[in-house]
Design a protein around this ligand. Sequence first.
Ligand code: 5GP
Length: 190
Amino acid sequence: MKQGKLIVFSAPSGSGKTTIVQYLEKQADLNLGFSISATSRAKRGAEIDGKDYYFITADAFKKHIRQHDFVEYEEVYTDNFYGTLKSEVERIWALGKHVIFDIDVVGGLNIKKQFPENTLAIFVQPPSLEEMEKRLRGRNTDTEEKIKERVAKGEKEIQYAKDFDVILLNDVLDHAKEKAFNLVKDFISN
Ligand code: 5GP
């Protein structure tokens, strides 16, 4: 099967990366297909199974691990598994599209390690940890405990930024979207 390119967006949650990824996905001339991850976490708010994630049980997830079905996977939070199925990447390439990922920092770097030539790995940097926490609270979808857990994880994740191909500061969202568009456009044209 012909391999397309892989565009990885990673960042602490609350950095705005999902908004940027959704914007890029809508740009027809970039020809991107969103990699839907499998997860064992519970559905949040208006999320849709098979669109935002493949929501599966922890047991089903562990079975996929045993069968070596994942390109990468992680236990991101206790008992909350997230992973990219090999079949998902192949599905998108078969459509003749490039794959765009919205995954955590370690997962993103694992994709880059496996496809070093074909991957553009972008780290979305929130303007500050305070701003990140504010965005998480504004989202109103997580408990206080989860927010604290995500902020603590974010502090660690920012240390991986230097291992990415590009650090994209998400200060003004429209600027970040435009920069992201140009980065992806250049990468897929080469
Ligand atoms: P959330 O629960 O907020 O949707 O996601 C929690 C974290 O898991 C985020 O940092 C998200 O990017 C990450 N994540 C989502 N899908 C995957 C995946 O397939 N693999 C890995 N390693 N992380 C993922």
